[in-house]
Write a new protein. Sequence first.
Lengths: 348, 348
Amino acid sequence: MKSFGYAAHDKKSALVPFRFERREPGPKDVVVEIEFSGICHSDIHQVRDEWGGSIYPMVPGHEIVGHVTAVGGAVTKFKVGDPAAVGVIVDSDRVCENCVAGEEQYCIKGAVETYNKLDYEGKPTYGGYSNNIVVDERFVHTISPKLNSAAVAPLLCAGITTYSPLRHWKVGEGSKVGVVGLGGLGHMGLKFAHSFGAHVVQFTTSESKIADAKRLGADEVVVTKDAAALAKHAGSFDFILDCVSAPHDVNQYLNLLRLNGTLCLVGLPETPVSVAPFSVVANRRSLAGSGIGGMKETQEMLDYCAEHNIVSEIELTSIDKLAEAYERVVKADVKYRFVIDMATLPKS
Amino acid sequence: MKSFGYAAHDKKSALVPFRFERREPGPKDVVVEIEFSGICHSDIHQVRDEWGGSIYPMVPGHEIVGHVTAVGGAVTKFKVGDPAAVGVIVDSDRVCENCVAGEEQYCIKGAVETYNKLDYEGKPTYGGYSNNIVVDERFVHTISPKLNSAAVAPLLCAGITTYSPLRHWKVGEGSKVGVVGLGGLGHMGLKFAHSFGAHVVQFTTSESKIADAKRLGADEVVVTKDAAALAKHAGSFDFILDCVSAPHDVNQYLNLLRLNGTLCLVGLPETPVSVAPFSVVANRRSLAGSGIGGMKETQEMLDYCAEHNIVSEIELTSIDKLAEAYERVVKADVKYRFVIDMATLPKS
């Protein structure tokens, strides 16, 4: 099937128009015409080969919203015209214990990511900076027409990445929760933790974000350079969601956890984090990590968002302004996620 | 009350005989005449001020076994002549939420350690390298006369430090558990994990320990310099108890954990551990820590040991050979814990 999008051809050049082929849809496949595609910081890391092993040409994008234009004969969840969404993974082995448990993101064989991966036949996957995508319906989600489609796109990565650990560690009424960093991930973690009924403290390096954090649901905001303000919260948190991808000191947050508390990394700093053993031995704390969520939980999250009217805060951009958007993401100068209006993609 | 023991007077000198005063026993206090005192690696760290803040003169020792020679009028658990044991802490505030939950080791005010601490009246505490100790009965444990008293002493620190996390993370039949390091802590972790019915893999740097590990209960032994042997276990462990106090790479063990697995540090390396974020994000793993156990759980552990005939493997030594014992502990040349026969203490 013919596709058209924007691709990186090496780690230094700008993304340029790119014509390529996707597989013809099989019986279980859904063809989604893409209307909106979110820009995740990991797109930039991979385009620039900052994690190593990048596959070029690369069509990034794993926060995909559109509508269905064709379905295979065995598809049951979708019909032509339905709104639909695709996230970070497009396949998994489906038979390992993790897949059977609905945790396809931790597939033991290795899940197939939406772009910059080889599928199980050895062919590269291409993501959402394009006009269409072909995906097995198991990895396609239904979305509500009630929500702003553009603002739904970031839920497929930033949304589920924060929703899943908050659910796994049972954040809810009576919990005291911290969210570190107010960016693409952090602002979604803040919205969810607030919605779940927790008392939420937003940590930020920037005084300019205090008002915004309160508007988005924070009960308290701590500017992290204020050591006294941090110390006031020592030993008091049940759970802290660390959404920062830049190198930072996790011990100052570990020390804020009460007995059996967990700090969960979702921001994926490029360098190792340094943990003082006493930071975890005291109060029997844990430093954990979490990656996106399974297909069932992703659908649950999208349904929850429709019910509670939760979407991402976004800035809409156009495909010809990718370079500018990338620069602003790197500088954390976006409130809080760029979404590409794919109507701006030239008609082949 | 007059006491006599061995003390360090500064961080460089050998321990020497030392005469000092303990408080007169109050209504809730128990006086224990000390028969055996274990040597913990943390004694050496504190004698040498390797953690900073050491208080001199210091009488080390927090693995204490003896018998009761006097009780206050309000004591209910003990009578004169009973065997008794004292561990790492001798007081806590008793009213904070952690104390009320039976987790006095995580007392929010700060538990009073058995030596090298100031008690709540500001007086230094002195440990078990001495002829007697005065402790509130809440912090004194009953022990069974069925077990070898000398070999019980290390249960008070090495025993509870490994028992508690294995219980907290619900290790038992059907669990696959790793124990890293076969020393004072590791050999107790191995015995407990085996006794709880887990499949236990002992990790060691030393081929010479393979036979001993199997004798102590290991189902498998992996020599950690064998990368292929490690790789065979990737993603397969429910829980790993890391008993190594020397700097080491925790990522190679984190990568052996399956979905939701936990690696728990009990060895307290002096330098921070370096955690690659992907090591915890993959399989939603946790790096945790744990310190000793509460009073209720310590008693439960001692009762469990009596019922299952579990004690430490020890080498008995005498108070005049402390310097030699310390040197051998530092070189990990002891199978697996030194215990001082306090009958070798001169009669004042």
